[in-house]
Design a binder for this molecule. Structure first.
Ligand code: ATP
Length: 321
């Protein structure tokens, strides 16, 4: 999918075009292109294995694309990798810290690796520790941290060299609720201060909260892109219906999919099925009436069209598949 024309004249924080990556005969990223304006927060949503991490790896210069190009500001990554990479702060899915070192020691190490002069580094380390709320634990070894604190420390490392674009790959996976809040608050504050952001997550509510524009990726392809409102508008009048069932959920989903007005039906848990349906509440008697002998309906929720529904419409999947 091609990126729509940009309206701004300033160079985008990031622009990728026609990115492709193959492993053997499998194309895992297929003609992906999008841009992130300066100061914009962009979310990349996709089910497991959709190609998010492979795409990001190409954007940050860890993986060479088979085709396509990446530009960070006015620097083309393949021509000018040092400049392009210096503008990116990347936080990978896997924590990349030395566990036996303290946060302070990790930050000093990575700061020197970035070539930050010693005198400037101490002040900068203070700033990033403050940003992620870890100042009081800076002298503790990283191996004593919770998953969330490790992630926050990794974000601090990514911010050290004052990047203009922060790339976070599923930053709240394996994170305690307190750190999750701290991460989301911190990311929002950074964006409010002018940072450009690329954010991937399985959690729709995080993307809805943090990002202004969203790209949906499935089977290596960018299948839709837009603001939340634009993506939801693409649903027409379909509602999301969540059913709680006691019985055979797989047969129930198959049966419900055949009912007039139901466009999607997927199993989301051992007792739950998610539907996309036009007619919303008026359809409920038909849905319930179709299930005797298959499953008993013990709960129903009709939800206004949202990003979760748009995702189901576009990919036929739940985000946590
Ligand atoms: N080095 C590799 N060799 C072969 N296949 C790979 C390699 N790396 C990734 N893949 C495949 O490419 C596809 C995309 O993987 P990728 O990790 O980019 O997906 P993802 O959207 O980030 O998924 P997740 O949310 O699970 O991290 C998957 O089918 C994966 O198995």
């Amino acid at each position: 999918m091609a990126s729509p024309p940009r309206t701004s004249t300033a160079p985008p924080a990031l622009q990728c075009t026609g990115l492709r990556k193959r492993y053997g005969d499998k194309t895992v990223v297929d003609d992906v292109g999008f841009h992130i304006d300066s100061g914009e927060a962009y979310g990349l949503l996709g089910p497991n294995g959709a190609g998010k991490t492979t795409t990001i790896s190409m954007l940050v210069g860890l993986l060479r694309p088979d085709e396509g190009s990446v530009r960070v500001g006015d620097a083309v990554l393949s021509d000018d990798p040092a400049v392009a990479k210096s503008r990116i702060g990347y936080v990978p899915q896997e924590i990349a810290l030395y566990p036996e070192l303290t946060a302070l020691e990790n930050l000093r190490f990575f700061g020197r690796l970035h070539g930050i002069p010693r005198r400037a580094l101490a002040g900068r380390i203070d700033e990033v520790l403050e940003m992620v709320g870890l100042r009081d634990r800076a002298k503790d070894r990283v191996e004593t941290y919770s998953g969330g604190m490790k992630r926050r420390c990794n974000i601090a490392v990514a911010l050290l060299h004052e990047p203009s674009l922060l790339i976070l790959d599923e930053p709240t996976v394996g994170v305690d609720p307190q750190s999750r809040v701290a991460i989301l608050d911190g990311v929002e504050a950074l964006v409010a201060a002018g940072m450009s952001l690329l954010y991937t997550s399985h959690y729709m509510e995080e993307v809805e909260r943090v990002c202004t524009r969203v790209g949906i990726i499935d089977h290596g392809k960018l299948v839709a892109e837009g603001t939340k409102e634009e993506l939801v508008a693409g649903l027409g009048s379909a509602d999301r219906i969540e059913l709680v069932l006691d019985g055979d959920v797989t047969r129930a989903a198959d049966t419900l999919r055949g009912i007039d007005g139901v466009s999607e039906a997927i199993v989301t848990g051992s007792h739950s099925v998610r539907l996309l349906a036009t007619g919303g509440r008026h359809l409920l008697p038909a849905l319930i009436g179709a299930l005797p002998g298959i499953a008993a309906v013990t709960g129903v929720e009709v939800v206004e069209p949202d990003l979760e529904a748009a995702f189901l419409h576009l990919t036929g999947k739940s985000l946590r598949d």
